[in-house]
Design a protein around this ligand. Structure first.
Ligand code: HEC
Length: 187
């Protein structure tokens, strides 16, 4: 094979790969935005209406249903969910491959490395998981995920009733809380 042909082939395969990755990232971004804004708008509305206590009851009852609604709205086999090493709802506990990625993210975070806004992992020939880190980025997060002095005591009572095994507390401002995970199957 001529050198030119070989390099043309190599170049075109890198291009296909790059554009495929761009496409995967775009699809993941759209899915995350959909879940994030659905959760955020309704959390905000409940905070405004009934404060942290009502918001805690709302999240306990509705977060999973909202996630499900968003997932059934996708045309393809795409799914999006939230996960964490210190999860509140065991439905959000990481699968073993997700745990490995979260552990690496946590290590990088602790050693001061900037985490990529989107991380693409191929899990088999045509399946990808895209991770977007979630940080404790607002004071209000601490009302339900902070330490005993920061938490809203009444709201946390409701939370503990619904999640007796809760692990999602004692976070500080800026901490890595977990990740959105989008699973994309390409046909
Ligand atoms: C009013 C209380 C409340 C506030 C405020 C709150 N959360 Fe939560 N959070 C919850 C509850 C309840 C769940 C469990 C939802 C479920 O059943 O999936 C949860 C779950 C999560 C999860 C999914 C993983 C897990 O632990 O199950 C993430 C990630 C998360 N919260 C991040 C945040 C961030 C970031 C903020 C601030 C922007 C925030 N939360 C503010 C109550 C709250």
């Amino acid at each position: 094979m001529s050198k030119q042909l070989l390099s043309a082939l190599l170049l075109s395969s890198t291009l296909v790969h790059a554009s495929n990755e761009a496409q995967i990232k775009q699809e993941a971004k759209d899915a995350i935005l959909k879940l994030k804004s659905s959760l955020q708008t309704r959390l905000k509305a409940n905070l405004q209406k009934g404060g942290v206590v009502q918001a805690a009851a709302f999240c306990s009852r509705k977060a999973q249903a909202i996630t499900h609604e968003v997932n059934v709205s996708f045309a393809h086999e795409t799914t999006v969910h939230r996960t964490s090493l210190h999860y509140r709802n065991s439905e959000n506990s990481p699968k073993s491959d997700e745990r490995a990625v979260l552990e690496q993210m946590q290590k990088d975070f602790e050693s001061g490395k900037a985490l990529p806004p989107l991380l693409v992992k191929q899990t088999d020939e045509n399946t990808y998981k895209v991770y977007k880190p979630i940080f404790i980025n607002k004071g209000v997060c601490l009302k339900c995920h902070g330490n005993a002095t920061q938490r809203d005591a009444t709201a946390y009572k409701t939370i503990l009733k619904n999640y007796p095994q809760d692990k999602a507390v004692n976070y500080k401002m800026g901490d890595l809380r977990g990740a959105f995970v989008v699973k994309i199957v390409q046909r």
